[in-house]
Each structure stands twice: as C-alpha cells, then as structure tokens.
Design a protein around this ligand. Sequence first.
Ligand code: 13P
Length: 282
Amino acid sequence: MLVNMKQMLIKAKEHKYAVPHFNINNLEWTRFILEEVQMLQSPVILGVSEGAMKYMGGFKTIKDMVVDLIDYLNITVPVVLHLDHGSSFSVCKEAIDSGFTSVMIDASKYELEKNIDITKEVVNYAKQKNVSVEAEIGRVGGSEDKENSGIVYASVTESVKFSKSTGIDFLAPALGSVHGLYKGEPKLDFDRMQKISELTDLPLVLHGGTGIYDNLIKKAIECGITKINFNTELQIHWSEAVKKELQCNNAYDPRKIIKFGESALKECVKNKCELLGSINKA
Ligand code: 13P
C-alpha cells in the first residue's frame, strides 16, 4: 500500500524507532527491497533521487512500476514513494502530480529566507494533494547525484524558525553526516539533535546513513531521528556480491547477473531494519 509518510513517522517517534529509507535504482532493486520488508513486516520508504528518476524514465514510470510491483508481489506493509533531494518547486510538483506520496525539497544551498520561501511553496502545493514534505537545513556533506558539498551544521534557532514558518512535516537538519563514504569518523552533534527535536517537535531525518556506526544510529534515534537514509551501503554490498560471482561464473543474462547481488542486498536491508527497530512495525 502506498502511503503518505506523516503518520508513519509520528508513530515511529512515539515508539522510539526509525523507518529505513532505501534509494532505488531499478526494478530489481525495488523488488528485492519490497520482498524483504514484507517478510520482516517493516514499513519502508523508497527514495528516488533526481538522477535515479532520469535513469529510470521519469516519475510516472517509477510510480507505475512501484504500484504494480506492490500489487504483483502482494505487498501489504506500508510503502512511501518519496522524492529524495528535490531541487526546485517544479521538480517536487512533477513528483506529486505523478503520484509520489512524499517529497523532499532541498533548498538548503540558499540563504535561510530563500530556503523558507521555496519550501513554503512546496508545502502549500503538497498539502492540497495529501503529500508529506521533508526539507533540509544546514548542509549534509559529500555528494548527492553529482553535486559535492562540505558539512554545514544546522543551527537550533534557524531550525525552529524554518519549521514554524514553512509548515513542513519532517526536518532533515544537517548535523555532521555525509552522503557516501566517510573520511575518518562521523562527528554527529547529538546535543543539537536533541534540542532541535524538542523545540521543533517534528520527526527528524538523518541523511548519509552509510558508515554511521550502529551505536551512533541508536543514539540518534534516542535523540529524535525517525527516518534514516541508506544508499551507498546497499550499492556496495550488491556490487561486491556481483563482482565476486562473476569471477567464476560466465553468465551473460542480465537477469542472472543482477540477481547475484540479491541476497547481499536483502541481508543489508534486514540488518538496517533490525538496527532501526522497524521490524514488525508495519
Ligand atoms: P548514503 O549514500 O551515505 O547512505 O546516503 C543516502 C542518503 O542520504 C540519500 O538521501
């Protein structure tokens, strides 16, 4: 069932667990994730970046694919189809009009006032269509699609002002995490995380889940994080399994080659659901 993310994350915040966001890249990736979360009875958020949207043939193609897979595989756990890092109002609108149930508007590269204005426009449109909205403040480090950025920690006062003036459903405050692989240890600011959670009273989102140690993930959930995004780690597990198998297997059918990574990917999904406490929370 495709759902809006709002109730899912309010419930997670209340019961102190987090829902995993996994980025999808193609049909098989989506199918493997859906099959595993169904088995685990975990809710799930399927994240689609703009790059992945272009790769897969547009928002509408993806929405139809996800809806039809849910139907074909008899998936009954709640599934959110979420735009990850939408860069403008028009991209968010396109995702909403195509049937996405949640969007992230990421105008964090702009000054606070401009970030507020763009985010507000998305919230106003999304609310009419019963679509939930996530937005970012500060800057998550590393690379998203092709853009690289350094870390800028979100300020507590700006986070409060931003949430109040935009009416967003969830806030992704950048607090030291990085997209992709970390150089050195992740340095998350848990004090700020706790304060932002208390003062905004919103479910918080942690980007750059890959490479954050398990104990830090657990601490983040205690501090109010209710959605954690994973992408690179799944890609690494899947590609390592495929490369290993291809050393001794001369398969040429793409269906077989993609499937070589299936159990590694499913194992990774299971580990994240266990870590986040989302199993049996469907
Ligand atoms: P990682 O690739 O570091 O897991 O981050 C994913 C992410 O935050 C997508 O928005």
